[in-house]
Ligand binder design. Structure first.
Ligand code: DGL
Length: 275
């Protein structure tokens, strides 16, 4: 196939979206809303969830396996919706797929935080693995060298969001425990985990109305749009198809995932694959 024909055929392929489970559906939701003409192929590695408590090496290995499964089906770009995978696996993914545009959520999230913050005192709420890797801190400091970044591992928020407990005394108690010692000068808090937007109301209440709460879903969707445009990969014909893959239990994916996607999912629409 010639250059122009090949790039046109490539632009018709779906955008691959990868997460450790259903949390990345918050990012898929923003992508669908901002890029309604694109097709999406989403993979939630539910059999290996959670990634947030695993070592960087394991997360990188799992991420490459998941990306290989998506690439084998044909994708034109890869969005790594999982913060933990974005913070540790991007170098491995870019090395494995040098021609594939790979978009992570850390840089877009850092940009949203820097844009929102007046004082430069920014807190990042994330999983253990994301905090340990320090990628948000580095990305924020690269954009604003005088920023003072506090990272807080909020592992229990993941379980609460999966359980569908977005509000109530249990969430308030956990938020109190994680957030009560936050420096008063922190004016912006990044929800650095796919699950935390579901708890945004309770988290924002604990933080107080003076603080901005940002997440990376919107900015990641815009970064994806820019990457497709720059590489002339945006669809020229109307798409809009969304295909869902998981590595375990379509019923649980559909039931829990619906809350993250903000719309119902039929279990029969979720294809189970083995990695
Ligand atoms: N998707 C993960 C993240 O955004 C949260 C769930 C997990 O630990 O796998 O960091």
């Amino acid at each position: 196939m010639g250059g122009a024909a090949e790039s046109e055929a490539r632009s018709e392929l779906p955008v691959g979206v990868f997460d450790s489970g259903v949390g990345g559906l918050t990012v898929l939701r923003a992508l669908i809303s901002d890029l309604p003409h694109e097709d999406f192929l989403y993979l939630g590695d539910t059999a290996r969830l959670p990634y947030g408590t695993k070592s960087a090496e394991t997360v990188a290995r799992y991420s490459v396996r998941s990306a290989e499964a998506l690439v084998a089906r044909g994708i034109k770009a890869l969005v790594v919706a999982c913060n933990t995978a974005s913070s540790t696996a991007l170098p491995a993914l870019r090395e494995r797929f040098p021609r594939l545009p790979v978009i992570g959520v850390i840089e877009p999230g850092a940009r949203a935080a820097v844009d929102a913050s007046a004082t430069g005192r920014i807190a990042v709420l994330a999983t253990e693995g994301t905090v340990r890797g320090g990628a948000y801190q580095r990305a924020i400091e690269a954009l604003r060298p005088d920023a003072v970044v506090t990272q807080i591992a909020c592992q229990i928020f993941v379980a609460l969001a999966e359980e569908g407990w977005s509000e109530g005394p249990a969430v308030d108690a956990v938020a109190e425990r994680y957030l009560s010692h936050l420096d008063a000068r922190v004016d912006t808090v990044v929800l650095g985990c796919t699950h935390f937007p579901l708890l945004a109301g309770a988290i924002a209440r604990r933080l107080g109305s003076q603080r901005r709460v940002v997440d990376s879903a919107e900015t990641t969707a815009r970064a994806t749009q820019r990457a497709l445009a720059t590489q002339q990969l945006a669809r020229t014909t109307r798409g809009g198809r969304v295909q869902l893959l998981a590595t375990d239990s379509p019923e649980r994916f559909a039931r829990v995932g619906a809350r993250f996607l903000g719309g119902s999912i039929a279990a029969r629409a979720v294809e189970i694959i083995d990695l």
